[in-house]
Design a protein around this ligand. Sequence first.
Ligand code: 5AD
Ligand code: SF4
Length: 441
Amino acid sequence: MSQAKKLYLETFGCQMNVSDSEKIVTLMKGMGYQQTQDPVEADLVLLNTCSIRATAEQRVYGHLGKFKSIKKAKPGLIIGVGGCVAQQEGEKLLKKAPFVNLVFGTHNLHLLQGMVAAAEAGKRSSQTDFLDDEKRFDLFPHSEAEGGVTRFVTVMQGCDNFCAYCIVPHVRGREISRSAAKVLEEVRVLAEAGVTEVNLLGQNVNSYASKQPGEPDFPELLRLVAQVDGIERIRFTTSHPKDMSQRLIECFADLPKLAPHIHLPAQSGSDRVLERMNRGYTASQYLAKVAALKEACPTIQFTGDMIVGFPGEDEAAFLETMALMEEVQYADLFSFIYSARPGTKAAEYADDATRAEKQERLERLQAAQKKTTLARNRSFEGTVQKVLVEGLSSSGESLFGRTGGNRGTIFAGDPALAGRVLDVKIVEGLQTLLKGEIVHD
Ligand code: 5AD
Ligand code: SF4
């Protein structure tokens, strides 16, 4: 009896990588590989990597060392590296790491089966060419619809914005959008498989199809997705504030299926820093979009990303970031110390603040956000929220779901309720989640 070959897949970084990894699993299943959680029993190890900050990249090299030792005991083990570090390093990675068999970039998933077959036959290879617009259909291979409650659907990838600190345009290439027909087809298949919520994914979804005349733009795409029966809730991520149009803002007023949450990274509250970052808006323009969103949808919850210690950020600029946070009242905020990425514009700037200064700013920012998050979570106490049940909580003792505003909520109930949107009364707002009880009528 032949035993299935085993794939051990590790994913680093953002949701785009998580979504690509789902496609990798589907592609490898097609070659007879079953996924395993134990690298020691694997025949094929694939790392889907991230290079957004130096720490992310270092983790990849750390993990590669671990697989090198496993391969010593099992020389037939095939090791592949994909994603953003692979895109950056290409052939160099094969030279630096002789135990690596294949390197595939962010536009090369459609070549992966051939590369793994070549590796099985003893050939090492690297593919990191970007696809041009005509080949864009190859960029979005289909992933198997295995149901679940909530799923990501990629609508575009790449970025044309070139924020001065960011490696993404360099490793993901130019913005390329998937056709609306393909997006809708995938959403329909997911709805039929029982999926309740879709999260439309792209580095900058607001500029969806801006280079494809004849395709619907993002607000129109949202309206089309909202017509799919069975999908009860729609989210999208990530939005660039400069491309947040009034028409998109109005979708929050008009589309009941669109969840009242937006991830809208400001990155800084200082106009001088925003300009050096090449973000294309000022703090007051950002705040005007926030105000328009609150007007269109008074219950909307904001999350965001913020960078501290960007070159040229002094104490006064940092205080402007804190003031912007105070005004927005983010439900949650992801905050990072600036990390110079080779090849980006900002890597040429003098990095003037000391490590200790940056760390101290990060801690002040995070302490302030922690207070806001708790206060906001407490403000839900006594309210009734629409919660989409995702399944059991991590402790296994209660159910876990998310409010429209994307706040994690736990409550008692039957696991068979997974996939349903229920009225849940919030009884307690904690630091990281809400506690509630199902409202029975
Ligand atoms: N240094 C620190 N943070 C960064 N981000 C992107 N590039 C860098 C960098 N070089 C942050 C931004 C972005 C999030 C995904 O990661 O805040 O929105
Ligand atoms: Fe990076 Fe800016 Fe593009 Fe976001 S919009 S992926 S931060 S370059």
